[in-house]
Design a protein around this ligand. Structure first.
Ligand SMILES: NC(=O)c1ccc[n+]([C@@H]2O[C@H](COP(=O)([O-])OP(=O)(O)OC[C@H]3O[C@@H](n4cnc5c(N)ncnc54)[C@H](O)[C@@H]3O)[C@@H](O)[C@H]2O)c1
Ligand SMILES: O=c1ccn([C@@H]2O[C@H](COP(=O)(O)OP(=O)(O)O[C@H]3O[C@H](CO)[C@@H](O)[C@H](O)[C@H]3O)[C@@H](O)[C@H]2O)c(=O)[nH]1
Length: 428
């Protein structure tokens, strides 16, 4: 099928590449010319495992092209909207990019009318799809479908090719049929529903996952006080099939471009409808304080960190991505700097995007460098490069062998046996 994807960021580019891999003819559209020029050359502007290789493949096959001009999409039967919906000053989702993209679609459709489906993949509050449909109603042959995206960064292409589910929100039979044709061959459960339900499924899923994390982080604080081990507790909980093992990892808090903004957007949507979601308020509160709680564990052991060297391992909000949006590392770097510490940081991919924000931090080329002379080391992102380390060498390199494992990913017992002063999150 002929598909156009508006917005070639994390979601748009991954969607475009995965649809092209599945044999569709895809046109990727973005406003940022530099991005399009780079993509035309087969260079991915974002770091996602396997994405650049897949991009090269579909460019070579000729079923993916890029442009800055939406008029080039006149032949497209399906137009995906994958633009950002960032947090506004009041916490609601900023829909200006979505509405601008809808206006672009409207202009295209007026100049080149044909049967078309407009698919909103951006995460948007309940009612947005209906409002866009209202705005475009006069345009014959054009139907608006909600098809939220559930991919995870760092695993984006894999998730797009093998999704957990495909949610299609539309009341229009022919549009639903077009979507089914598009996803033919993709083996995933379908949820065929209204646009509004589809929109709420997306926010509810993210809010629920964030809730599990904050629950575990708060439980970890108790576990630390009791001297119990949160990792074992999570294992024991997750074996209950009603609970399941995913998203029970305590740590320094969730970050990224989705959970922080989507939880506040859902809260604002609830307020606008006279509903108080007190659980979700607490989820955000626990998450906001988790990096600070983590740093208290450092201060308890090191006292004043002024003038001391602190190694920070990992900066991205999770491994396998260069994304630092709402990354806990940013709060931690800021607090360490305010406390007068000298910080040496390592991240295999994200250091270059953090550097302009924290120019005083020393960015080192490998983890071993960060540990040299350090009075403490903090694991913030569990990159494999930050986990599989030569601990013997590290022990002799550190000024004080104090380890604070913000992801419970270092081998706690063997480090303690080797003489390190080790503390995880909710495990002593
Ligand atoms: N990042 C994720 O993991 C993820 C996962 C699921 C859903 N989402 C949702 O998907 C949406 C996109 O997120 P993202 O992380 O890909 O954003 P992003 O910021 O990485 O990419 C958005 C892209 O859209 C482009 N753009 C904006 N307006 C445009 C227009 N009118 N025409 C053409 N291009 C335009 C921007 O230049 C940018 O390249 C958001 O609503 C987000 O909540 C994101
Ligand atoms: O047990 C866990 C699991 C995750 N995290 C943290 O939670 C954040 C988000 O992780 P993850 O969900 O894996 O990454 P995202 O790419 O943000 O993906 C989420 O947000 C996307 C955007 O909406 C959705 O599409 C995905 O389904 C949803 O998982 C990261 O900081 C993780 O370190 C934890 O602290 N503990």
């Amino acid at each position: 099928m002929r598909v156009a994807v508006i917005g070639t960021g994390y979601v748009g580019l991954t969607t475009a590449v995965s649809l092209a891999m599945n044999g569709h003819d895809v046109l990727g559209i973005d406003l940022v010319e530099a991005k399009i020029v780079q993509l035309q050359k087969g260079k991915s502007p974002i770091y996602e495992p396997g994405l650049e290789e897949a991009l090269a493949l579909v460019l070579k096959r000729g079923n993916l092209e890029f442009t800055t001009n939406i008029a080039d999409a006149r032949e497209a039967e399906i137009l995906f909207v994958c633009v950002g919906t960032p947090e506004s000053a009041d916490g609601t989702a900023d829909l200006s990019y979505v509405y601008a993209a809808a206006s672009d679609v409207e202009a295209l459709h007026r100049s080149a009318p044909r049967k078309r489906v407009v698919v909103i993949k951006s995460t948007v509050p309940v009612g947005t799809g209906d409002r866009i449909a209202e705005k475009l109603r006069e345009l014959d042959g054009l139907h608006v479908v909600s098809n939220p995206e559930f991919l995870r960064e760092g695993n984006a292409l894999e998730d797009a090719l093998h999704p957990s589910r495909i949610v299609i929100g539309t009341a229009h039979e022919a549009a639903a049929e077009t979507m089914e044709q598009l996803y033919q061959g993709v083996n995933a459960p379908r949820v065929a529903t209204t646009r509004a339900n589809a929109e709420l499924i997306k926010y509810a899923s993210n809010a629920f996952l964030a809730t599990r994390i904050s629950f575990m982080n708060e439980l970890a604080r108790l576990s630390g006080a009791l001297g119990t081990d949160i990792v074992t507790v999570a294992l024991g909980m997750g074996l209950d099939s009603r609970i399941g093992p995913e998203f029970l990892r305590a740590g320094v808090g969730y970050g990224g471009s989705c959970f922080p903004k989507d939880t506040i957007a859902l809260l604002q949507l609830a307020h606008q409808n006279g509903i108080s979601m007190s659980i979700l308020e607490k989820v955000r509160e626990v998450n906001a304080t988790q990096p600070i709680w983590f740093l208290e564990q450092l201060h308890k052991r090191q006292g004043n960190v002024a003038g001391k060297k602190i190694a920070v391992l990992g900066l991205a909000f999770k491994p396998e991505t260069d994304d630092i949006r709402e990354a806990p590392s940013l709060k931690i770097l800021e607090a360490l700097q305010n406390a007068g510490a000298t910080v040496a940081a390592y991240d295999p991919i994200a250091a270059q995007v953090v550097r302009p924000l924290f120019p005083q931090v020393e960015y080192v080329g490998n983890p071993a460098e960060a540990f040299k002379g350090a009075h403490a080391a903090l694991l913030i992102t569990e990159w494999k490069e930050c986990i599989h380390l030569d601990w013997e060498a590290i022990k002799s390199d550190m000024a004080v062998p104090l380890l604070l494992d913000g992801r419970n990913a270092w081998p706690s017992q063997s480090l303690k046996d080797a003489g390190f002063d080790y503390t995880g999150v909710g495990r002593s």
